[in-house]
Design a protein around this ligand. Structure first.
Ligand SMILES: [Zn+2]
Length: 92
């Protein structure tokens, strides 16, 4: 029996450099899309009485490469792109 177990695992051991290396992998994209399916409205806009489709999953607490925080759904916020950009720019 041929023993060829070639496992393709994403490299997540380092988190400087590209977004992919910080954990934004295929698995993340899939999880984020499923999350947005369940939470289709931007929470920041919603707080202002606006209904805007969420397109970005934001980490409420910056994960800084922390995988536990990264994958903690309670730390995820559905945001629209403008709100996400605003948050990123202002650091709030
Ligand atoms: Zn918004």
């Amino acid at each position: 029996m041929p023993q060829r177990a070639i496992e393709k695992r994403p490299k997540q051991d380092r988190y400087r450099g590209t977004a992919h290396q910080r954990g934004y992998t295929h698995a993340w994209q899939r999880a984020a899309r499923a999350f947005l399916d369940e939470h289709p409205t931007c929470v920041r806009c919603q707080a202002q009485g606006l209904v805007t489709p969420a397109t970005v999953v934001d980490h409420r607490i910056p994960h800084r490469g922390d995988q536990r925080l990264f994958w903690d759904v309670t730390n995820w916020d559905p945001l629209c792109k403008p709100c996400h950009d605003r948050k990123t720019a202002s650091g709030q």
